[in-house]
Design a protein. Structure first.
Length: 207
């Protein structure tokens, strides 16, 4: 099992891609990409805030239940490192999300132009195809930038992790794709974001 690797990003990553698929279906690839960029920016700001908080003198509540000061200091240091995170993990995950967001959004749009028939099958086709490729990109970029450089993974591990994680994430999204279809359909029926769509179409018509 030396070459079977996974990363914990698969626990939540598929949710981001399902959200992008819903946004892309209703508002287009540019909107989905812009939302992802905003989310990355918010994540970076939160990471900086946590880092600053971890540098603030003081002890976590767990310190006082440790019994011994040395043990308490170790607990505090562990909690600090968990919340603050490593700079290379934050940057690596941001780079991976940016690259995969662009791939997912525009591939979703391209598949949608050819396969989206307005029914669930069309949504599933554009969603699963784009997620399959974009999730591989997401895992590969992160594994190459972080796991390979800082954790010592070899390239075989990078490729296998990218592929196996993609399969699990794709399976999770496939299970919840009907939910994404209902959400995007409800947005359309309720005319959510109608002003944005009209503005986008008007600008596109002027180009």
């Amino acid at each position: 099992m030396d070459y079977f690797c996974l990363n914990t990003g698969l626990a939540l990553s598929w949710i981001s891609f399902l959200c992008m698929d819903c946004i892309c279906k209703r508002f287009g690839a540019k909107a989905a990409t812009r939302i992802s960029v905003v989310a990355i920016g918010v994540n970076m700001i939160c990471a900086v805030i946590f880092w600053v908080l971890m540098k603030t003198p003081g002890q976590w509540a767990a310190y006082y239940s440790a019994g011994e000061p040395v043990t308490g200091q170790m607990i505090t240091a562990g909690i600090d490192s968990t919340f603050a995170g490593a700079w290379y993990v934050v940057l690596g995950s941001s780079a991976a999300m940016l690259a995969s967001s662009v791939v997912n959004s525009y591939l979703n749009h391209l598949v949608g132009e050819r396969a989206d028939n307005g029914r669930y099958s069309g949504f599933a086709a554009r969603s699963l195809v784009s997620t399959c490729i974009a999730q591989f990109v997401d895992n590969f970029v992160f594994s190459a930038l972080v796991s390979h450089v800082f954790f010592g993974w070899n390239w075989t591990q990078v490729i296998i992790c990218s592929f196996t994680s993609m399969l699990i994430e794709l399976g999770l999204e496939a299970v919840f794709t009907p939910v994404g279809y209902r959400i995007s359909s409800a947005w359309e029926k309720e005319h959510v974001g109608e002003n944005y769509i009209k503005f986008r179409n008007r600008v596109a018509g002027q180009l």
